[in-house]
Design a protein. Structure first.
Ligand code: ADE
Ligand code: ZN
Length: 329
C-alpha cells in the first residue's frame, strides 16, 4: 500500500506552518494587534507575486509568537498534521534571527520548540532534528554571533541552513558562517536556485560545502551543473506547491520535479511553508499524482531519496528504507 510509505520532510520552515487559525488564536492570547480580523481576511492575503511578497507576510505573522508555549503549540500542530500526511522523520528549520530582531530571546525560541521535539517520536511517531536557518538578507557578522550563542546555549541543533531573499544575497556572503558550522561539527544545507541563478547553486556547493541544496530547480538552466548534480548525487529538496505559489513555476502541470527524478537527480519532495502554499507533504504528492501522473514507482523513489538524504543515524535510516523495500499487501 503506497499510502504507508515512510517519508522524511527535509525542507520545512517551522514558522511557515502557522495556520491562519493559530495566528489569530495566538494574536488574541498575546494581545497582538494584526491587520486581519478573521481567518478569511488573512487567507485572502495568501496570494503571492514572488518570494519577497510571501516573506513580508511570513515575517509579519511571526509577531504572534511571544512565549515558549507559542513556539511549542506551533511545533505540536505541525507534527500532528505531518504525521497524518505520512511524514515519519522531519528536519525542521527555524529562523532564530527573525525572532531576535523582534526582541524575543533565543531561549524562548529554542526551549519552546525543543520541549516538543524531545518526545516527537513517542507522541507523534515522527523523529525530528532541528536546523537553525540564517537569513541571507542580513549580514554575516550577525549570523556568526547568533550561531555562537546557539552553541553556547547548547541548543539541540544538528545543522545550519540559509534562507530568506535569495537574489542579491549570494552564497559568497556566508563563507565564514559555513566554515564555522563545519568546524563545530554541524550539518549544512542552503537554499539555492529557488529564484537565484544556477551560479548560486554552484557557489553554494563550492564555497559553502553544503550537503543538500534546498530547491535547486533553477539548476535546470545549466546543463553542466545538472551533470554534476547527477554525478555527485547531490540531494535537492524540491517543493512543488511552493514553487507554484511563489511563481517560480507557472502551473503545477509544468513542474519539472518528475523529469528531474527521471534524469537521475537526487530529488525529494517537501512542503516548505505548508500553511502558506496550499498544503503539506501529502498535498504535494497528491498534486503530482493528479497533475503529472506520478507513478507508484516514482513515489517510492521520492520516498527513498528523502530518507537517504536525511541526517538520521544509520539504524533508523536503514529501518525506514527497509519499509520502502518491503512488499506491500
Ligand atoms: N523562508 C521561508 N520560506 C522560504 C522560502 N521558500 N525561500 C526562502 N526563504 C524562506
Ligand atoms: Zn524553503
Amino acid at each position: 500500500m503506497t499510502s504507508t510509505l515512510p517519508f522524511a520532510e527535509l525542507h520545512l520552515h517551522l514558522e511557515g506552518t502557522l495556520e491562519p487559525e493559530l495566528v489569530l488564536e495566538l494574536a488574541r492570547r498575546n494581545a497582538v494587534d494584526l491587520p486581519f480580523r478573521d481567518v478569511d481576511s488573512l487567507r485572502r492575503a495568501y496570494a503571492f507575486a514572488d518570494l519577497q511578497s510571501f516573506l513580508d507576510l511570513y515575517y509579519a505573522n511571526m509577531a504572534v509568537l511571544q512565549r515558549p508555549e507559542d513556539f511549542a503549540d506551533m511545533t505540536r500542530a505541525y507534527l500532528t498534521r505531518a504525521a497524518a500526511s505520512g511524514v515519519r522523520h522531519a528536519e525542521i528549520m527555524v529562523d532564530p534571527q527573525a525572532h531576535l530582531a523582534r526582541g524575543v530571546p533565543l531561549e524562548t525560541v529554542v526551549d519552546g520548540i525543543a520541549s516538543v521535539l524531545a518526545t516527537s517520536e513517542r507522541d507523534h511517531g515522527v523523529s525530528t532534528l532541528l536546523i537553525a536557518a540564517f537569513l541571507r538578507d542580513r549580514d554575516e557578522d550577525e549570523a556568526l554571533d547568533v550561531l555562537d550563542r546557539l552553541l553556547a546555549l547548547d541548543a539541540p541543533i544538528v545543522g545550519i541552513g540559509l534562507d530568506s531573499a535569495e537574489v542579491g544575497n549570494p552564497p559568497s556572503k556566508f563563507v565564514r558562517l559555513f566554515d564555522r558550522a563545519r568546524t563545530a561539527g554541524l550539518h549544512r544545507v542552503a537554499h539555492a536556485g529557488e529564484e537565484g541563478p544556477p551560479s548560486y547553486v554552484v557557489d553554494t556547493l563550492d564555497l559553502l560545502q553544503v550537503e543538500r541544496i534546498d530547491h535547486g530547480i533553477r539548476s535546470l538552466d545549466d546543463d553542466a551543473l545538472v551533470a554534476r548534480l547527477v554525478a555527485d548525487q547531490v540531494p535537492l529538496t524540491v517543493c512543488p506547491l511552493s514553487n507554484v505559489a511563489l511563481r517560480a513555476v507557472d502551473r503545477i502541470e509544468d513542474h519539472p520535479v518528475l523529469t528531474m527524478l527521471d534524469c537521475g537527480l537526487h530529488v525529494s519532495v517537501h512542503s516548505d511553508d505548508p500553511a502558506y502554499f496550499g498544503g503539506y507533504l501529502d498535498d504535494n504528492l497528491a498534486a503530482l499524482t493528479t497533475a503529472l501522473g506520478m507513478t507508484d514507482e516514482q513515489r517510492r523513489r521520492l520516498a527513498a531519496h528523502s530518507i537517504q538524504a536525511s541526517f538520521l543515524p544509520a539504524d533508523r535510516r536503514d529501518a525506514l528504507l527497509a519499509e520502502i523495500d518491503a512488499p506491500s499487501d
